[in-house]
Write a protein that binds this ligand. Structure first.
Ligand SMILES: NC(=O)c1ccc[n+]([C@@H]2O[C@H](COP(=O)([O-])OP(=O)(O)OC[C@H]3O[C@@H](n4cnc5c(N)ncnc54)[C@H](OP(=O)(O)O)[C@@H]3O)[C@@H](O)[C@H]2O)c1
Length: 241
């Protein structure tokens, strides 16, 4: 049995990852971190009774992380995989970006990954096994106008990943980062028609990605077959740049 913890568990990517783990590995137990919304995560739990639990988790709060980890450990006794997936953007030109928006986006996308990794690393070290998969964005490498906060946070996640991978390499823990491009989830649905067409023009494959295509990579990175991959950055973006 593997115990898998996915944050942002009600979002488009979180749900796709949860379903992929549960459908491809009958022994996996999945925990979904939820904050404001939960209906999608609840449907996953209903479809996999006894194998999928919801946890209240604001990823920017260290105390929520501690409570979530306690619940998982009380139930499963181990945490094998952490997917730091929760994230959000709020775009503004830097010159007019409100200070609180800067801090909120950094907190949600970068502080969250620090808290998540710090929460699980000691336990994974005791187990002698762990997989951490951080979800950044192509914005870390190819930022769009108005995303200085989001791009800086996601670039920070890439470097946090590489640094932590070195710290944990001898403890049986791998740490990798996935950089999705434009993927069809609620995050993309917020774009207007003109922005969608402009986005499509940037993608050499001339289509947006499907959440299942990101989920497949995450499940692979969590597997035994990926044991020698650590500190890696995997772009999943139809060939952008
Ligand atoms: N979709 C894309 O095109 C794309 C591209 C590149 C990178 N990404 C990254 O992929 C990840 C997942 O995105 P998605 O497309 O699945 O987006 P989504 O459908 O908007 O889901 C985002 C999830 O993050 C959660 N979240 C946000 N702030 C949180 C906080 N402080 N505490 C706990 N949960 C929080 C949301 O929960 P609530 O219900 O509480 O709001 C939601 O479940 C994000 O890190 C995003 O930056 C997505």
């Amino acid at each position: 049995m593997r115990s898998i913890f996915i944050t942002g568990g009600n979002g488009g990517l979180g749900v796709a990852m949860a379903r992929r783990f549960l459908e491809s590995h009958p022994d996996d137990r999945v925990w979904l971190g939820v904050r404001t919304n939960r209906s999608e995560a609840e449907s996953v739990a209903v479809d996999h009774v006894g194998r999928c639990g919801l946890l209240e988790l604001d990823v920017t709060r260290g105390s929520d992380w501690q409570a979530a980890a306690r619940t998982i450990l009380d139930d499963c006794g181990r945490i094998d995989v952490l997917v730091n997936n929760a994230g959000a953007h709020e775009d503004h030109l830097l010159a007019t970006m409100p200070e609180e928006v800067w801090h909120e986006v950094i907190k949600t996308n970068l502080d969250s990954v620090f808290y998540g990794c710090r929460t699980v690393v000691s336990q994974m070290t005791r187990q002698g096994h762990g997989r951490i998969i951080n979800i950044a964005s192509m914005s870390a490498l190819q930022p769009a106008v108005g995303q200085s906060n989001y791009a800086a946070a996601k670039a920070g996640v890439v470097m946090l990943t590489r640094s932590l991978a070195k710290e944990t390499a001898q403890a049986g823990i791998t740490v990798n980062v996935v950089l999705p491009g434009y993927i069809e989830t609620g995050m993309l649905a917020a774009m207007d028609g003109e922005a969608r067409s402009a986005a499509l023009e940037r993608v050499p494959m001339r289509r947006f990605g499907r959440p299942e295509e990101v989920a497949a990579a995450v499940v692979f990175l969590a597997s035994g077959e990926a044991a020698y991959i650590t500190g890696a950055s995997l772009k999943i973006d139809g060939g952008v740049y």
